[in-house]
Design a protein around this ligand. Sequence first.
Ligand code: GUN
Ligand code: FE
Length: 455
Amino acid sequence: MSEYTHIFKGTAFTSKSATDVHILKDYLFFINADGMIVKTVAPEQADYQQLLITYQDQNNFHALAEGQYFLPGFVDLHVHAPQWAQSGTALDIPLYDWLNTYTFPIESKFSDLAFAQEVYEDLVSTLLANGTTTSLYFATVHKDASVLLAKICAEKGQRGLVGKVVMDDPEQNPDFYRDENTKTALEDTEEFILAVKDLAKTTKQGVYPVVTPRFIPSCTDGALKGLGELAAKYDTHIQSHCSESDWEHGYVKERFNKNDAVALHDFGLLGDKSVMAHCNFLSDEDARLFAETGTAIGHCPISNAYFANSVIPIARFHAMGVDIGLGSDVSGGFSPSLFDNARQAVMSSRMLEDGVDTAIVAEKRGVPNSRITINEAFYLATAGGGESLSLPIGRLQENYTWDVQIIDTKISTAKLPIFDQNEDLHDIFQKIMYLVRPENIREVWVQGNKVHTRD
Ligand code: GUN
Ligand code: FE
């Protein structure tokens, strides 16, 4: 019996840095029983031919066909799982109205476990089919339905980081959808953490409990403080929304006379395992606080276009040393696909860029050096997400998990325009990033297990 559970051969793309993509042409990848990449071998290496001869006839050897490529599985840093049921609707109204008239009513329905099961199963399958191997989820205020989401991730093989949402302030939340009071919010969160930690023991890929104050406006001071303490006690991840909209940013300023980032920090909610969604209106000082504490930004470019009318300066925050990954923000963002969000991240950044040809137009507009490339958007969707969560995911290299999507560029219903067999591989990479549809995602693997096959 081989010491490897699986061996794969094929061409892979993985981030070398935020700006550069490493092309691993015809590499061998050796996966152990824990689903980790334990060895990669390039064709130039002396033992490559011998390894091929040894393993290629075994039934755990998988060679990609022509036109197929490995990408790391995507890491979605911001998904509202219950909102899948309303994806694509009501995006023409402001955030505050959207929450109160659409979102809270739909989320309140997740007290019904049968409804939760139907929506959550469909969402997790859809995300896997779109190449998302790790998701950081907001569930709802309901403890049992939140545990159910973690259970569905465990069963379907996705790496789910799941939060029971806390919204305990009776002044700010509707009576039909909130925690009963601060005490029950904290008790339910603690029970939720313990239940998910238990569940995690049954999985290979891991499921993780996440401390989740929805955002400062929905929580009392007591809940925010208690949640910071629970995260410290159990060493959990933390997620919330930060400086998303003018309304939210202004609300926090008025309540605490501080920026959102500073207020979250003072409640013990920033740190190496914290991911804050949106962050459109982060000041440079806030960004420095993120960099110092290791707090990451979940960048949600589609959602930001709708609810914040805003483009976050990714390039600037990256240069300041802030970890950043990509989020779909289902359903503030209408698409469950991180391919779509990566494309929007590039397009939005181009709109922020100084677009004036000063030889023709004298006036200055936009912000210089704002544009990001498709390489950087790929990094956000993969390695940047892994770094944000402090997990060894998002890269195809040794000591990382075998989380991959196998892209087939030759599927008859979604063929990519590749006409030259010797086309430059970086050009093929760009075509994949811009043109792939779910049909092109032939297989998805998480931690060495196959979790999706295109049918
Ligand atoms: N702020 C508080 N709750 C939400 C939510 O569900 N979606 C978005 N986009 N922002 C929020
Ligand atoms: Fe959100």
